[in-house]
Design a protein around this ligand. Structure first.
Ligand SMILES: *Cc1c(COP(=O)(O)O)cnc(C)c1O
Length: 382
């Protein structure tokens, strides 16, 4: 029988640091010695590099991916009485910011193969109050942005791309975050471009929106100590900018490693029956923030959850860690009870939450570790 030798973690961000330790340490020490801890040239240079990487004219660094989304909604003047369409299968921040500006999130079911918004269902929920769509490029895979932009244009809606899990992902030869009106990024440590703390950024080709976001993120200040609207304090630290600017140079290489791991998983896991293995949409280039399979169930009720959980435990017994992103769909969360969604209303996402399992995925994962994941899954399922 299969014996586990070492354990395989779901992710390991320390390993990446070790590969660039000298460069990063020197850059951090330089910031410390400079005395410029807030703002300054390092922020500007990171913003320029991040904008250039995405082929956009503006980048605004901020404190987090959540703030990036919040600032985007504020710049578009979305608030009370407005509706924003998004996915129920995402991290809470995507929907939370819609509520934070006083607007109402409207959830649309997902596509079972991509885990992203089911674009065919958007038109049915558009009302005169709908102002924007927030597509999420979940797990690193781009939404079909050609189709989404056509829908948005038809209904005159703004598009805010939630790129938190997809820095570097491509749709039709363009980087995500450069296709919609505004792109929002997170530098949370486990994201594809992760800092050593919180951080975020916004990309846009619309200079007017960019200017508005800069004002709002600095307390609503246009001229020094002169405030035109209620703002927030949302800055990227100079130390984080120094680290991220180094890591940005490695991002494509790290994403290629993730892609190679995904191909390896696909090759060997697709032979196993009873699981769904994610594939890329033609036209897209995923950056695989997660490699998320589904442990497929025959029954469409609670029994399925226990099969997924059983597999998760079996993997753990074989030394392989895995994660459940996400166990509950947002439309049924207590915080959104007042919206009145009922169980069964968005059936695909509800089934998906019972079936998903994210396997170990990070650039430094060795072939031996990948084999261990594959063997462990075969051992318990075949
Ligand atoms: C991580 C994440 C966010 C929020 O980013 P923070 O930097 O943690 O605020 C938003 N949306 C999605 C899809 C995320 O995964």
């Amino acid at each position: 029988m299969f014996q586990s030798v070492n354990s395989v973690p779901a992710f390991d961000i320390k390993q990446q640091y070790v590969t660039i330790e000298a460069e990063v340490s020197a850059a951090v020490l330089e910031v410390l010695a400079s005395g410029r801890y807030i703002g300054g040239p390092i922020i500007e240079s990171f913003e320029q590099k991040f904008a250039a990487y995405h082929g956009v004219t503006n980048c605004i660094a901020c404190n987090s991916g959540t703030d990036a989304l919040y600032l985007a909604l504020r710049a578009l003047e979305i608030g009370a009485g407005d509706e924003v369409i998004t996915t129920p299968f995402t991290f809470i921040a995507t929907a939370e910011v819609i509520s934070a500006v006083g607007a109402k999130p409207v959830f649309v079911d997902i596509d079972i193969n991509t885990y992203n918004l089911d674009l065919r269902q958007i038109a049915a929920v558009v009302t005169p109050k709908t102002k924007a769509i927030i597509p999420v490029h979940l797990f690193g895979q781009s939404v079909d942005m050609t189709e989404l932009m056509a829908i948005a244009q038809k209904h005159n809606l703004a598009v805010i791309e939630d790129c938190a899990q997809a820095t570097g992902a491509v749709w039709d030869n363009r980087k995500v975050g450069s296709i919609g009106h505004i792109g929002c990024f997170s530098f949370y440590p486990t994201k594809n471009l992760g800092g050593c703390g919180d951080g975020g950024a916004i990309t846009t080709n619309d200079s007017e929106l960019a200017a508005k976001m800069r004002v709002i993120k600095e307390h609503g200040q246009r001229n020094r100590y002169y405030y035109e609207e209620v703002g927030v304090n949302s800055r990227l630290d100079a130390i984080q900018a120094a680290i991220l600017q180094i890591k940005l140079r490695y991002l494509d290489n790290w994403n290629q490693k993730r892609q190679a791991i995904a191909s390896y998983y696909q090759k060997f896991l697709s032979q196993i029956s009873g699981i769904f293995v994610p594939e890329e949409l033609p036209g897209g280039e995923s950056v695989w923030n997660q490699f998320t399979i589904r442990v497929v169930s025959e029954s469409r009720n609670g029994a399925s959850a226990s099969r997924r959980d059983w597999v998760k435990n079996q993997l753990q017994e074989r030394g392989v860690s895995s994660m459940v992103y996400y166990p509950y769909p947002l439309h049924l969360q207590p915080v959104y009870k007042h919206l009145g969604y009922q169980p069964g209303q968005l059936p695909v996402v509800e089934q998906t939450c019972h079936e998903v399992l994210s396997l170990p995925m990070f650039p430094e994962l060795t072939t031996q570790q990948q084999d261990q994941v594959i063997y462990a899954l075969k051992d318990c399922l075949v």
